[in-house]
Design a protein around this ligand. Sequence first.
Ligand SMILES: [Mn+2]
Length: 328
Amino acid sequence: MISKEKVYELVQFLKKSQHVRILSHRNPDGDAIGSMIAFTIICDFFNISYDLYLTDVVPYNLRFLTENVTIQFFNPKDIDELQNEQTDTVIFLDCGQLNRVGDIGEFILDHQQIINIDHHMSNPLFGDFNYVMDMSSTCELVYWIIKELDIPIPYSIATALYVGLITDTGKFQYDKVTPSSHKMAAELLECGVQADKISQLIYQSNPISWIPLLEKGLSTLELHNDNSLAIMSFTLEDLSQEDDGFDDTHVLFPIMLATESIRICVILKEKNDGTVSASLRSKDDINVAKIAQVFGGGGHIRAAGCRTRQHSLLDFKKHIYNEIQKAF
Ligand SMILES: [Mn+2]
């Protein structure tokens, strides 16, 4: 459970700050964005000014969360500005590694203290203050911190926390779901969270462009190892018209993993910045975080990711395939 001492230590770090910058990882998901928004309530409570920064766009189905929130997007052109201002504390949320924030991570300055709050057990504790716990989501950790501090939770923050909880647990299906996750959900519902409305916004609000994307994905589907390994790949061309932040993994992984024989699923994507990304999901004990780590990525046993600059889509697929074979 949450430690009073640890929360007290976090508050001491925060109180030393004039201005904090709240960050989360590339390709932000519900837990990344939810925990960023939720953390603002802690800053507000202690009267500490903050800004929120991301490298990549907010996914299409999570934009309802950020309607009334100012999130700035890191642009390498802003480096001078970022280096010149008063931020003295940088908060990393849901980042299993420092480089998960993308390029902005390279511009963390010497005088800036790093607070690292996360639930990835592979986290190397890169912060000056680290709070890493084995929980369903970073939102769950932030929730229990807020509760420990006795800060009242308004509807908007409850919604952000709930979104992180349901998306990172695959709607309460994954192995990190505990009684504490359900307790949190129950208490958030008491704060007025509308579970049905949120589910509809996240899971039943895909843009119409997802249908041709699904078609493309299925047309590239490869099955290996007696139909237990599924790989889909998207070229930049496949994605170019749909690059509106639509988070296809939420749609495609559940479809593939619904198949009895499929144990591991990989989605490869060429990105605008010249990298190729791989998202991996596993249904049983094959540890996909270990596979992602081989390529400099990371994550959880059943959900992980990595990206490369060195390999083409085809090459990367081959390397990942080979690595997965070792795990079978
Ligand atoms: Mn997470």
